[in-house]
Design a protein around this ligand. Structure first.
Ligand code: PEP
Ligand code: MN
Length: 266
């Protein structure tokens, strides 16, 4: 398999604008669940940039469980996100849900996110395999690691070598967390593939009170980065209101993680 260490011994290192993923220093991909307004993304990016976060996330095409929930601002949202990102030289990570969104979305996106619900949308995987931009592939809601790796294989097989694997928790009987974070997926995927592996600490836990220890765990087992949701005013967020950090929680989070990284020279 193209994802395997047998095929490629060295780690895949991905350059996105002036930033690197998989090079050693763990990356942070942060930002709101959904892009909601120009003001909202500007406020978020300003604080993220100030703390050295190089990757801004924000959904414009949203895979919502209910068709009556906010579906995202679409291309308008991507424009807002990329305008805000450009001011701070940040790279944009945003989900697309179908192959026909790729062409119009691509000018505004630096890393294409394929969400959990689309991990086995094979036509979408083939389509993002044919473009020149990196793909952040999230583990399916109830997918095994083998299925996850094979989903990555679809992208690689089309000629796009820049795939980032994102562990975001899997569905189990446990309901203390939104999903069950499979922390062992990180070292296993790092052993068996050469691709960068990141951990989404927000969607896996769904709990703001355990983000710091969860992030530490992810970094300690060798994750190449973490993803987390940050919103300037989560109480009025149009999606995932309960799990997004506000800006003061974000700064506290960064204080704790910076300290951890210094002590462990990660
Ligand atoms: C997201 O990251 O915006 C998201 C919807 O997460 P997931 O696909 O992991 O549920
Ligand atoms: Mn979300």
């Amino acid at each position: 398999y193209l994802y395997s260490r047998d095929y490629q011994r060295d780690d895949t290192i991905i350059q996105v604008k002036k930033h690197w993923i998989g090079q050693g220093e763990p990356v942070k991909i942060m930002g709101p669940c959904s892009v909601e307004s120009e003001e909202q993304v500007r406020q978020a990016t300003a604080d993220l940039a100030r703390r050295g976060v190089k990757f801004i996330r924000g959904g414009a095409f949203k895979p919502r469980t209910s068709p009556y929930d906010f579906q995202g601002l679409g291309i308008d949202g991507l424009r807002m996100l990329s305008d805000a990102a450009r001011i701070h030289d940040m790279a944009v990570v945003s989900e697309i849900m179908s192959a026909d969104q790729i062409e119009t979305a691509l000018p505004y996106i630096d890393i294409i996110q394929v969400g959990s619900r689309n991990m086995q949308n094979f036509e979408l995987l083939k389509a993002v395999g044919q473009v020149q931009k990196p793909v952040l592939l999230k583990r399916g809601l109830s997918s095994t690691m083998k299925e996850f790796k094979l989903a990555a294989e679809y992208i690689l097989a089309e000629g796009n070598p820049n795939v980032i694997l994102c562990e975001r928790g899997i569905r189990t009987y446990e309901d203390a967390t939104r999903n069950t974070l499979d922390i062992s997926a990180v070292p296993i995927l790092k052993q068996e593939t050469h691709l960068p592996v990141i951990v989404d600490i927000t969607h896996s836990t769904g709990r703001k009170d355990i983000l710091v220890p969860t992030a530490k765990a992810a970094l300690a087992v060798g994750a190449d980065g973490i993803m987390a949701e940050v919103h300037p005013n989560p109480s009025v967020a149009l999606s995932d209101a309960k799990q997004q950090m506000d800006l003061s929680e974000f700064h506290d989070f960064m204080d704790a993680i910076e300290k951890f990284e210094q002590h462990h020279s990660l």
